[in-house]
Design a protein around this ligand. Structure first.
Ligand SMILES: NC(=O)c1ccc[n+]([C@@H]2O[C@H](COP(=O)([O-])OP(=O)(O)OC[C@H]3O[C@@H](n4cnc5c(N)ncnc54)[C@H](OP(=O)(O)O)[C@@H]3O)[C@@H](O)[C@H]2O)c1
Length: 324
């Protein structure tokens, strides 16, 4: 089957190991189902895998992709929850120390077919297209949990989102706005800041800008480049929710400020199957739709990877198969 995979890894030149070619069909496993993929979306996670972060070299070649929507073996329209647990695990799936995402231990979604535990299938609401549904299981689910699960941000609060145009950032803007949260963002270009305002952000600032007032919570995925600004943007007693460190993870921790202002630093990763079900319902009931930057046939996936690597995204990049 046609697949997009990491053949080799290179921290400096991640796309050198990206291949689009035939790979074996998924192997049947007890309790697993094979999905015929109709749409899959690109995440920064796929670039990390190509850089050698989170994917050991001895697992190569590895089909990339965490997110998919498609048809199960009976022809039902489904969305894949990407968090794969150890079969003995019970409780919050994201806390399982042996969990993995599709494309870390088991082949990912950038292929004609992907195998997944049957429990991880969720019916796709008919109101969402395959392309829209394929944006939700990683970036959008992560944003949902940051805001409502880990962050517990109430309506009327003000948050700062570091980054305007990424998959998680656009999800935070749209979901936060839909929930009655006042959303401020930083964006690296005038164009990105304008787009964030179109999506519902209340104000958009240059990275590091002085804000009109301090905020209740910061949503952080950028890491080193923005950490100091994030900590300094918070009110006493404020909360920073962090789910990523795109620019590196070794900024000064700002410890004095954290204890003196009694700030909370909260980690957040992916989300549970139940949270993904709630997110799907929210999208349908409140007419919320993922922000899609571009849709490409899987055979042209390299163009999408280049766009993300260059930081030229404006929402999610979706790959399609067949006539989705
Ligand atoms: N923990 C989890 O479960 C989880 C889940 C999803 C994602 N993540 C992590 O979250 C991060 C974002 O993921 P994504 O898929 O949303 O990525 P993406 O679509 O590539 O977005 C990158 C974001 O980073 C911002 N950014 C700011 N400064 C940057 C810089 N100097 N270089 C590069 N980017 C910069 C961009 O802001 P501009 O708009 O200003 O360009 C953009 O909003 C990644 O590190 C990813 O691994 C973690």
């Amino acid at each position: 089957m046609l697949a997009v995979f990491a053949a080799t890894q290179d921290a400096e030149n991640p796309l050198s190991g990206l291949k689009i070619d035939d790979q074996p069909d998924p192997e049947p496993r007890d309790g697993w189902t094979t999905i015929t993929v109709k749409a899959a979306s690109l995440n920064h996670h796929d670039l990390w895998s190509l850089r050698g972060v989170g994917l050991p070299e001895d697992r190569l070649p590895m089909i990339l992709g965490c997110d998919a929507a498609g048809l199960d073996e009976e022809g039902n329209e489904v969305v894949a929850h990407s968090v794969i647990n150890d079969p003995s695990w019970h409780g919050d799936e994201t806390l399982d120390p042996r969990r993995s995402l599709l494309s870390e231990r088991y082949p990912g979604t950038f292929a004609e077919k992907v195998a997944i535990p049957t429990h991880n299938l969720i019916p796709k609401p008919k109101e969402l297209t395959f392309e829209e549904a394929a944006c939700l299981p990683t970036a959008w689910l992560t944003a949902y949990r940051m805001l409502f699960g880990r962050g517990k941000v109430p309506p009327g609060a003000t948050i700062l989102v570091q980054g305007a145009s990424g998959g998680v950032a656009t999800a935070l803007i749209v979901l936060g706005t839909a929930a009655g949260i006042r959303v401020w963002v930083t964006g690296r270009s005038e164009e990105k800041r304008a787009k964030a305002l179109e999506l519902g952000a209340d104000q958009a600032f240059e990275p590091g800008a002085r804000l009109p007032e301090r905020v209740d919570a910061v949503m952080e995925t950028t890491g080193q480049a923005t950490w100091k600004h994030s900590i300094r943007a918070l009110k006493p007693g404020g909360t920073i929710v962090i789910s990523g460190a795109t620019t590196g993870d070794a900024p000064p921790a700002e410890l004095t400020r954290i204890f003196f202002l009694q700030l909370s630093v909260i980690g957040s990763t992916m989300g549970t199957r139940e949270e993904l079900e709630r997110l799907l319902r929210l999208c349908v009931d409140k007419d919320v739709r993922p922000v899609i930057h571009s849709t490409l046939p899987l055979s042209q996936a390299r163009d999408g990877f280049e766009t993300m690597l260059n930081g030229d995204t404006a929402g999610k990049i979706v790959f399609t198969l067949g006539d989705s």
